[in-house]
Design a protein around this ligand. Sequence first.
Ligand code: 13P
Ligand code: SF4
Length: 353
Amino acid sequence: MNKNTTGINRAQLIIPTVTIPSHPQWPELSDDETIQLKTEIAVLLKEQNAVLVAHYYTDGRLQDLADETGGCVADSLEMARFGQQHPAETLIVAGVRFMGETAKILSNDKRVLMPDLNATCSLDVGCPSDAFSAFCDQYPDHTVVVYANTSAEVKARSDWVVTSGIALPIAKHLAAKGERILWAPDKHLGGYVQRETGAEMIFWPGSCIVHEEFRSIALARVRKLYPEAAVLVHPESPEAVIAQADVVGSTTALINAVRNMKQATFIVATDKGIFNKMRKVAPEKTLIEAPTEGEGATCQSCARCPWMGMNSLQNLLEVLKKGNNEIFVSGKLAERAKIPIQRMLDFAFREKY
Ligand code: 13P
Ligand code: SF4
């Protein structure tokens, strides 16, 4: 029988093919048009007691607006925390679907809107809940740890939810208690966690179509051109890319590295939307995109998440005007999915992450 890295029959793992949309072009806007849109949105946010929570991979103008209006631009851990703690009645989540769902699960009393409900994630699409549940059933003695980039149903089947910012400490904590881990869906992040913690793990074979495209041989060449540069890598990248990193971490960790490290030049292996914040925290530093071209390259995303790219000032304004694109998670499902998410947040609070 055909076995994969999880050690179970491929026939038993039904992994859908992920259709990758072409990256929407962020609209050309003059400065006047941008100011006009931002002003209209800011007024509506205030009128509706709403706050904008954006991810670092979204259009820079959206990120700036979140900062300017008292919202937040953050990694997925901080987006979840911010949304839960903020007193606004409405959360506008500019990111991908799982981020909106997590916000709703944590704050059932709040209205959660997203600029585009089609903004999904290859990790989420590649881990359907029924197949995942059947996979879990085969390993009843494993602790189920799922990445935040999953549906509410997959979260509801888990013991712990983690984000890239807290995956390592939680896996260390579980390994120290002698627990065996069933990890889903990102095999690259899972592999990294296993190498770092020595935990006994089995993996769901999912991946991020953006980070998977970084090329190790081409990266080695770029490093030769910039021997003084520090290499920053998001852990959704392949092992051979992670192996060349000076810093491996969440989007926030990579931004902090640019801010705090003494190097003047950084080679960055993550979605290029992050450059907006990096340039703001360290305008004097030089940022170089890690290559997605070279041997075996497909460059379908070219380091720009097509789903994050679905968020724009225009559709954000539409959503505020119409009140559409609301996220709903049914009561029972939300209750069950909240347990492992809250467990992660409580751990982060206790351990001061
Ligand atoms: P972070 O939590 O590090 O921001 O990662 C989210 C994500 O989707 C990265 O691709
Ligand atoms: Fe998902 Fe990758 Fe896009 Fe992040 S960058 S949202 S992991 S497809």
